[in-house]
Design a protein around this ligand. Structure first.
Ligand code: PLP
Length: 369
């Protein structure tokens, strides 16, 4: 059987009773849209973070779209972010007519080079959008300082960082708002699509609630500003409530898998992930690096091991974003990394036998015996 980087079936085998009970709870509740499961999840997810507000939405991309709009970002406004991210970060900015301004990432941790942010700010900049890529937080204290100096909000893309911490604080609690995805592969994954935006201020929360419900407010059927249909599904919300109680055990499981990789591959030529001081990494993906990446991946295929690359093409070099005016050579670190990184299988219930197979094959391919 081909080894894959992610598989939900081992988790489902363990949790199926609870998951199916969640489905039954919603089906028997008499309320299929919003209702107590969505409200309950919103309350519990906000409480987990110690944030006052949470709005459940239909996916992580829309969590960013609605969050940016709720923070007052609109057409022509600039948003400072990174190109070394999942394309949806940039799609969301582009979709509302705002303009992504990319800063490069650091070569050691693949995260936003916060030191480059101040120079990327112009008078049209309306938001800083750090991405806690792979499950580790961007340096938030200096980023917050730059934002405060410029008088603009910080909106965290936490789609890969549920439960990650920096200096004891959870990802998503540093900014004015933060977006989460519950796409099934994520650290907190639904059994389908889902997303949420947590926020610090009541007016942001109110705007998010309008935007996900067609733009309607107290009086149904009256639209002040046209919004979206972007509600979190009640079944997914109830499943997420159950899984939220296990989030910390999921992140522990991921850290254990990461520790085994570090132990078994630390003496090879692979560059393994680093964890910055003060950071608690949740290892959404376990990204390693080697200048001969493509040769290694081809050789692993002969061992029936298919690995992923997160991400093979930097967003700023994609044809679909040519209109942003960036090209090859503009973000040298991002572009270099894209040619060298690949991801090892990573999920909390990854069977040890599968991990050992991957480790053995990698050591052989790398000539490390
Ligand atoms: C997954 C992801 C998204 C988008 O989430 P969806 O639920 O797939 O729409 C956005 N940003 C990052 C960094 C992601 O990893």
């Amino acid at each position: 059987m081909t080894t894959r980087v992610w598989d939900y079936l081992p988790e489902y085998a363990e949790e199926s009773e609870d998951i199916l009970d969640a489905v039954r709870t919603v089906f028997e509740s008499g309320q299929l849209i919003l209702g107590p499961s969505v409200a309950g999840f919103e309350e519990e997810f906000a409480a987990y973070h110690g944030m006052p507000h949470c709005v459940g939405v239909d996916n992580g991309t829309n969590a960013i779209v609605l969050g940016l709009r709720a923070l007052g970002v609109g057409p022509g406004d600039e948003v400072v972010t990174v190109s070394n991210t999942a394309a949806p970060t940039v799609i969301a900015i582009d979709q509302i007519g705002a303009v992504p301004r990319f800063v490069d990432v650091r070569e050691d941790d693949y995260l936003m080079d916060v030191g480059a942010v101040r120079d990327a700010i112009t008078e049209r900049t309306k938001c800083l959008l750090p991405v806690h890529l792979y499950g580790q937080c961007v340096d938030m204290a200096p980023l917050r300082a730059v934002a405060d100096e410029a008088g603009i909000p910080v909106f965290e893309d936490c789609a890969q960082a549920h439960g990650a911490r920096q200096d004891g604080r959870l990802a998503g609690t540093f900014g004015d708002a933060a977006a989460f995805s519950f796409y099934p592969t994520k650290v907190l994954g639904a059994y389908g699509d889902g997303g949420a935006t947590i926020s610090a201020r009541p007016e942001t929360d109110a705007a998010l609630r309008r935007l996900r419900f067609y733009g309607m407010e107290d009086v149904y059927y009256v639209v002040e500003t046209p919004g979206y249909n972007a509600r979190l599904d009640a079944v997914q919300a109830e499943i997420l409530r159950r899984k939220l109680t296990r989030l910390d055990s999921y992140t522990e499981g991921r850290r254990a898998v990461a520790a085994r990789y570090a132990e078994a591959l630390g003496d090879t030529e692979l560059v393994l992930p680093t964890v910055n001081p003060g950071n608690e990494h949740v290892h959404y993906v376990y990204v390693v690096r080697h200048p001969e990446r493509d040769r290694i991946l081809t050789a692993l295929k002969a061992h029936d091991i298919a690995l992923n690359i997160s991400y093979p093409w930097p967003v700023h070099t994609m044809k679909g974003f040519a209109h942003l005016g960036y090209g090859a050579g503009d973000l040298p670190v991002t572009e270099k990394l894209a040619g060298e990184i690949f991801s090892l299988p990573m999920y909390p219930s990854l069977p040890t036998s599968v991990q050992d197979r991957v480790i053995a094959a990698l050591r052989e391919v790398l000539g490390a015996g």
